[in-house]
Design a protein around this ligand. Structure first.
Ligand code: COA
Length: 194
């Protein structure tokens, strides 16, 4: 259940990776990764226990997530603030959610989610790390866990849109733009021919 603006909801380079589609759209580049391996085989650079010992709880699913606090992280990295009700609906329709809660403050400091069809395809969205906590491996920890969960469900075609300045963050995690020359395309009302 979703209560009081907080959420309670449903819930590389990695060996064996096969990569597929991607392409530039505006300031973003579509990237993709696919693998025939299950999620259990996906290695985590840092364990949940190690993160815990550093003061961060790994949270899977949106339960307990305060949407205004998530919004604060979005705003802090330059993303627009969003209507919490719309975030709540988006999260209800999200395949996988991973976030890291700072134990001391109980606030979300890193977040990522993936939507998908539950079987073949998924797209990762809204990857953010609070600026005060960037550069210490939390973003990587979130992506690795999203990939592990998706691959564990047998979802092997995984894409995302990357800002050009963070391509270097995603590449070592197994994502590639334009693999085999395949281009992603995004509907653009602005560019639609009349
Ligand atoms: C991009 C972002 C999620 C990275 O999270 P982070 O926690 O700072 O990154 P990590 O500390 O986990 O970095 C993991 C690795 O990626 C590298 N890396 C991080 N950001 C990078 C960047 N912009 N370009 C290239 N490499 C990067 C790190 O050096 C690190 O390398 P290592 O494993 O060799 O040590 C975070 O900076 C962020 O929230 N940025 C603003 C929002 C944003 O742009 N989101 C992505 C939208 S497409």
């Amino acid at each position: 259940m979703f209560l009081h603006g907080s959420i309670s909801a449903p819930h590389p380079p990695f060996p064996g990776l096969r990569l597929s589609p991607g392409r530039a759209h505006g300031r973003q580049v579509a990237m993709a990764a696919s693998s025939s391996r299950g999620g259990e085989g996906y290695p985590l650079t840092i364990s949940d226990e190690k993160l815990e010992s550093r003061g961060f709880a790994v949270r899977r699913g949106a339960e307990g997530l305060e949407l205004e606090e998530l919004n604060a992280v979005f705003v802090a990295v330059g993303f627009p603030r969003r209507d919490p009700e719309r975030i709540r609906v988006a999260l209800e329709h999200t395949e996988a959610v991973v976030w890291l809660e700072q134990r001391k403050t109980r606030r979300p400091v890193a977040f990522g989610r993936a939507t998908g069809d539950g079987v073949f395809n998924a797209i990762i969205w809204d990857v953010v790390v609070d600026p005060s906590f960037q550069g210490i491996g939390l973003g990587k920890a979130v992506i690795e866990r999203l990939l592990r969960e998706l691959l564990g469900k047998g979802i092997s075609n995984i894409a995302l849109y990357s800002e050009p300045r963070v391509l270097g963050f995603y590449r070592p995690l197994g994502f590639v733009a334009d693999p085999d020359g395949i281009r992603g395309m995004v509907y653009s009302r602005k560019h639609k021919k009349k």
